[in-house]
Design a protein around this ligand. Structure first.
Ligand code: ADP
Ligand code: MG
Length: 257
């Protein structure tokens, strides 16, 4: 492993095991994961369907608990935190993007994006300014007064990304964020994520089975048979990185779907 100059650690996973089911019917999904996420990272966790990507993301993002091992976020051991502390951590330090947008149908895009700020008691004037700034980065300036049904899937997902980033979280979690999008909309979203990461506005941990999606990250980890089998890091070019991810995937004998 290369020694690299890195930022502060945001997420630390040590010897993580996750088993589902009860005695006699157990599935060992994660069998010993060690991973450190540093500030400013853009990580993609890749692996075939059913390999445990969502399980790992859910444990790291406080939604699920490990069977064994430790997980720390923002310097705090999650196992030592009360429910109240965990919900505060989720509200202030974590952003989520899921496959299926999760925007509220009865609110405009503006209000959907502002919602986490409103819940935190931020004044509406300050909300509007923050929303407008972020929306322009994501190409949504002309759409803020619209309701979700008036938006395309790509616009909704970029809106969901804005909502996730509006509180300036320490880390953004994305689970198959392009899974429901056509390829152009997927690319637009990934370009935006790449931009906010490069600007220093977001540390991103994304899970995906799609090599193209993964090639937008700076580091790709492969999850297979419950362990992380290897790590690839991007050079100068996304296309060249994509080719290496494809080669590795082929050598592992999977087509990724
Ligand atoms: P991925 O996101 O890589 O497709 P998941 O993390 O969703 O994989 O699932 C990994 C494995 O764990 C699968 O075999 C799945 O069926 C199983 N699994 C996931 N969640 C549960 C659960 N709540 N109870 C039992 N098994 C589960
Ligand atoms: Mg999944």
């Amino acid at each position: 492993c290369m020694k690299e100059e890195r930022g502060m650690p945001i997420g630390i996973i040590r010897n993580l095991l996750k088993t589902y089911g009860s005695k006699g019917f157990q599935t060992k999904v994660l069998k010993g994961i060690d991973l450190t996420i540093y500030k400013h990272d853009f990580i993609a966790l890749m692996g075939p369907s059913g390999s445990g990507k969502t399980t790992l993301l859910n444990i790291l993002s406080t939604i699920d608990q490990p069977t064994q091992g430790t997980v720390a976020l923002d310097g705090q051991d999650l196992a030592q935190m009360s429910n109240k502390e965990l919900s505060k951590l989720r509200r202030n330090k974590i952003g989520f993007i899921f496959q299926d947008y999760n925007l509220l149908d009865t609110m405009t895009l503006q209000d959907n994006i502002a919602l986490p700020l409103i819940l935190n008691g931020v004044s509406s004037q300050a909300c509007i300014q923050k929303v407008e700034t972020l929306a322009s980065v994501f190409g949504l300036s002309g759409h803020l007064k619209k309701y979700p049904y008036q938006l395309s899937g790509g616009q909704k997902q970029r809106g969901a990304a804005c909502r996730a980033l509006i509180t300036e979280p320490e880390i953004l979690f994305a689970d198959e964020p392009t899974g429901a999008l056509d390829s152009k909309s997927g690319r637009d979203l990934l370009e935006c994520l790449k931009m906010v990461n490069a600007n220093g506005q977001a540390t991103i941990f994304m899970v995906t089975h799609d090599p193209f999606c993964a090639s937008y990250a700076n580091d790709v980890y492969m999850l297979s048979d419950g362990i992380i089998t290897c790590k690839l890091s991007k050079g100068a070019e996304r296309k060249e990185f994509y080719d290496r991810i494809m080669d590795l995937q082929a050598s592992m004998g999977g087509n990724g779907s």
